[in-house]
Design a protein around this ligand. Structure first.
Ligand SMILES: [Zn+2]
Length: 334
């Protein structure tokens, strides 16, 4: 008990010389202990990933961040609002141009711009095969981790390079169904890396409209309902991860592939290019709003860092260290 009293009393002027000496010795030991802990983590990284850590990437297809921000402010997206409060986020992250689904997800999951990954097409074409560069799934697999994908647009199969995804589920259904499939997947195989894709906002945007911020046109009610459905579906994942005891060692990133305006997207306009990027879970730092530029290419390296894996030096994306708790944020990239 006296040790703790001494430590917490460190710096008090009324202490005797001996007490101050003890304090200094104890403080030094504490600092050394912390340094040793950090060094152990740093040294252990090159020899093995952090097996217990997990990363879940949740993509709200067409999830326009200005609309998300307004719903959060109204208390209508309670799940993502809590993730934002408890983690680190920006609603002005950027995707690539063209701001379309398959090239954008290719950048999100490969850490490269389209010039690097060369996935310029945006529909399912079996003869195109697979993305030709390493994805975050492939790198995780090569390190001995388990991976999974649950997605609601068939064209995302182009990103599931054979041998890189242990559990692949294509389900052309709504966010609730995709989330339930994802939870079932995690129950039978708690993969280290899971990608989950909800297409509801994109479908509603093309059908009824994303609105237009610069024209002062609000998003369609159907689009807002789709965002609320994504919020509930994300909540199913969060609830499961917490109930299974996995949350504390999980990095969960909620993001999107593009926004939209009117009933279209794909351009270089901010209404199409801006995306949400919310890092949460026990591995995320409680930083609130991030005041730095986040690009969709940063998602893959941030995930690799959370999993304790090396990051390819030729990637365009960089890990968002501010979004991660120490000591993970201190691990050097390779
Ligand atoms: Zn899309």
């Amino acid at each position: 008990m006296s040790v703790f009293h001494t430590y917490y009393g460190y710096g008090k002027q009324s202490q005797s010389g001996d007490a101050r000496m003890n304090n200094r010795v104890f403080a030094s030991l504490m600092v050394c202990g912390c340094l040793v802990s950090v060094l152990v983590v740093l040294i252990s990284q090159p020899f093995g990933h952090v097996m217990e850590n997990r990363a879940v990437i949740v993509s709200w297809d067409g999830g326009k961040p200005s609309a998300i921000g307004r719903l959060v402010a109204r208390g209508q997206l309670p799940v993502v609002a809590q993730l934002m409060r408890q983690g680190a986020y920006t609603l002005t992250a950027r995707t690539i141009v063209p701001s379309s689904t398959l090239p954008s997800h290719a950048s999100m999951l490969s850490g490269l711009t389209p010039e690097g990954h060369k996935v310029f097409w945006n529909n399912y074409q079996a003869d195109k095969g697979y993305i030709q560069v390493p994805t975050v799934f492939l790198l995780a697999k090569q390190a001995g981790l388990m991976t999974g994908m649950v997605y609601s647009k068939k064209k995302l199969h182009h990103l599931a390079v054979p041998g890189s995804v242990d559990e692949e589920i294509f389900v052309a259904e709504d966010a609730s169904s995709v989330a339930r499939h994802s939870v079932r997947l995690l129950k039978r195989n708690p993969v280290h890396l899971l990608f989950v894709h909800f297409s509801d906002p994109d479908a509603a945007g093309h059908q009824d409209g994303w609105g237009s911020d610069k024209k002062g046109e609000p998003p369609s009610p159907a689009f807002l309902d789709a965002l609320k459905a994504c919020d509930r579906a994300t909540g199913l994942l969060v609830t499961f991860l917490k109930s299974a005891g996995l949350w504390d060692r999980t990095l969960l990133i909620v993001t999107a592939d593009h926004g939209g305006q009117g009933k279209q997207h794909g351009s270089a306009d901010d209404e199409d290019v801006l995306i949400p990027w919310v890092a949460s879970g026990g591995l995320a730092a409680k930083k609130g709003k991030l005041w730095l530029m986040v690009k969709t290419m940063d998602t893959a390296p941030t995930v690799l860092l959370a999993l304790g894996l090396p990051i390819p030096s030729d990637w365009d994306g960089k890990p968002i260290r501010n979004a991660l708790k120490p000591p993970i944020s201190f691990i050097r990239a390779y």
